[in-house]
Design a protein around this ligand. Structure first.
Ligand SMILES: [Zn+2]
Length: 314
């Protein structure tokens, strides 16, 4: 075996001419008849009893996960979008789950004297258990955190929780400093709203703050047709672009093939509020990517590629 390996290594000649330069924006036209819609679902409180208008019960979340897994979905995060979805396995189709605001029922510890353990009914515990039992469903959701309250509600654990989420492969997103609705405040206040939130993250995450580059717009809206995308893309934190991808809450499923072909599209990704939608209704969208449009073998490329994210407007 070793001799075979050595022989192969001797025969191996690096073929640098076939390496794709990283900065190239790879866009292949979406083949006609191919659907490219990727559902991005939004949750807030998940608790028993249901908390408020935007809340759902733990059973409702679990039932949604069961139905989405049965429909062939696979969890990805916004970072995976920027990496062109190459990790979506054969026969599965991509899905993004997001949890807004950073409520304590999303990630909670039970403190019993010296004993600190994960609350088995919090979203993180429910997701971990579900994904352990359903390995084909993948793992990883995005938690959008606003700093108008203590993220996940337990002050002493804020840094630990945010770091642990990143350690576990979850995604942490920006939901602004004070839950600021960017469509309602003047542009000169966007810096405080967006970069001010990153400053708060930095106190807990240090260098890892660079991993917080997705934004979920509080209130779900983002100004249209006035160059807001370009303005937002120019905000930076410690030399890095502060926001690379933005999520609306507009009750739509974006067709990514076309959307991500424009710089503006990255800041206008549609989401569905699951306190108002059901999974059967989500599955009824006509533009959804089907499992057969995902790769049929792990070694095949997707029939179309997501454009790889690059710094835009610059
Ligand atoms: Zn919110």
């Amino acid at each position: 075996m070793t001799a075979l390996l050595a022989a192969l290594l001797i025969m191996w000649v690096p073929d640098v001419s076939t390496v794709t330069p990283l900065e190239r924006k790879e866009i292949e036209p979406t083949p006609s008849g191919t659907t490219t819609g990727i559902p991005v679902l939004m949750y807030h409180h998940v608790s028993d009893p249901v908390n408020g208008y935007y809340g759902v019960s733990t059973n409702r979340l679990l039932s949604d996960l069961e139905q989405l897994d049965a429909a062939g979905y696979y969890l990805i995060t916004s970072e995976d979008l920027e990496n062109s979805l190459m990790q979506v396995p054969a026969g599965r189709r991509p899905l993004i789950l997001t949890f807004d605001d950073g409520w304590e029922d999303n990630f909670s510890y039970i403190i019993d004297g010296d004993d600190v353990r994960l609350d088995p009914n919090c979203v993180l515990a429910l997701l971990e258990d579900f994904c352990d039992e359903h390995p084909d469903f993948g793992r990883g959701v995005t938690f959008f955190i606003s700093w108008d309250k203590v993220p996940f509600g337990q002050e002493v654990f804020v840094a630990e929780k945010l770091n642990l989420l990143l350690d576990m492969g979850y995604s942490v997103g920006n939901h602004t400093r004070r839950h600021d609705h960017l469509d309602r405040i003047s542009w000169d206040r966007w810096h405080l709203a967006v970069v001010g939130a990153l400053d708060r993250f930095h106190r807990r995450l240090g260098l890892r703050t660079g991993m917080v580059s997705a934004i979920g717009y509080p209130g779900g809206r983002f100004p249209e047709g006035v160059g807001a995308e370009e303005y937002l893309s120019e905000l930076s934190f410690q030399g890095q672009q502060a926001v690379t991808v933005g999520f609306l809450a507009d009750g739509s499923i974006s067709s990514f093939g076309r959307l991500l072909d424009s710089p503006e599209g990255w800041f206008r990704i549609g989401r569905l509020d699951m306190s108002q939608y059901s999974v059967p209704r989500v599955l009824g969208w006509r533009n959804l990517m089907t499992a057969s449009e995902a790769r049929t073998s792990l070694h095949d490329p997707l029939p179309w590629r997501m454009p790889i994210y690059e710094q835009r407007f610059r």
